[in-house]
Design a protein around this ligand. Sequence first.
Ligand SMILES: Cc1cc2nc3c(=O)[nH]c(=O)nc-3n(C[C@H](O)[C@H](O)[C@H](O)COP(=O)(O)O)c2cc1C
Length: 355
Amino acid sequence: MPMSAEYPWTKSPLIASAPMTKVAMPKLAVAVSKAGGLGFIAAGYSSDNLEDLLEEAEKLLLQESMPEMKMKTETETEGPKLLPIGVGFITWSASLEKALASFSRYCPAAFWLFAPARGFKDLIPWAEQIRKVTVDRTRIWVQVGCVAHAVEAVGAIDPDVIVVQGIDAGGHARAQGASIISLLPEISDKLRELRPASAKQVGLVAAGGISDSRGVLAAMALGAQGCVLGTRFLASCECVVADGYQKAILDASDGGMSTVRTTIYDKPHGYDGRGLINKTYVDHMAGLSEIENGKLYRDELDRGDGGYGTDGRLTTYAGTGVGLIKKVTPAGDIVKSLHEEVSATLYGGGNLSRL
Ligand SMILES: Cc1cc2nc3c(=O)[nH]c(=O)nc-3n(C[C@H](O)[C@H](O)[C@H](O)COP(=O)(O)O)c2cc1C
């Protein structure tokens, strides 16, 4: 069964927008879901205003005519209202208690859990409570960056979907890792080896460096049932980023050279972050102390849009696929063109080299 069948409004292959902290808000998530993808809202580091975000998403969903989304009302089903979007948490700091309060009213179609501080056992209360409060009507996604973590996650909470995050990914990821080209098939093989054929199937979704339909097709060839794109949606009309940040994304090329994984932008719990190489990084490598660098960073905030990009100091998270992104477009157009191009290649004799 294709994963899109789990989410009746989506098309295959499943295209999801990543729950990017401070960036992926209701407008982006709704636009992606409305176009046949699965949009995630970022609850991010805390869950403080999650109920407001879900209420905003509900209003946007009601404004749109999306009969195919099959939104259920509370009178049709017991429990909170099902929303055709997901919500993502950075679990090293997000509060489960605060999050749960929001779910008495709303049930996002997917919950994305990332980066537990002490190991995947940390996610057990998350999974138990989410399943209980939402009356098991939602799906649990876990993002991992290595085979061992996929095995741990499955053992701890039996997720519905594993997001396989390759080292090319923008934003936070494990400091050490592999690209999806080897990571995804190895995780797939490992799970097949460990789980009896009768066990619930865990969906595999690829993330990291995917910016266009060639990346989506490659991920499908690796065995992924869907793709998560983060950096690509930084160049969408609905994301929440400074104009200077978006310009830096469009200006960047040769993503393996213009971005870097580093702890200078942030260093929590064995993770680091991939972002555009900027003056903060260059000065760090040249030996500038973190205290001095931090002071320059704070001063740079006054420069606003000018503070982003190669000549700036403000963190500009981006994946290696950044060089493939040439313009800012509505998020729905991104989803639709990915589906059209994938379909043209697979079924319409489309030529990969022309995509
Ligand atoms: C600006 C930005 C912010 C991100 N914030 C989060 C986050 O809050 N939670 C999370 O699980 N992943 C986050 N990520 C990582 C994404 O989940 C995903 O792994 C990544 O975007 C995929 O790689 P790509 O950017 O090359 O498409 C972020 C990525 C970016 C670019």
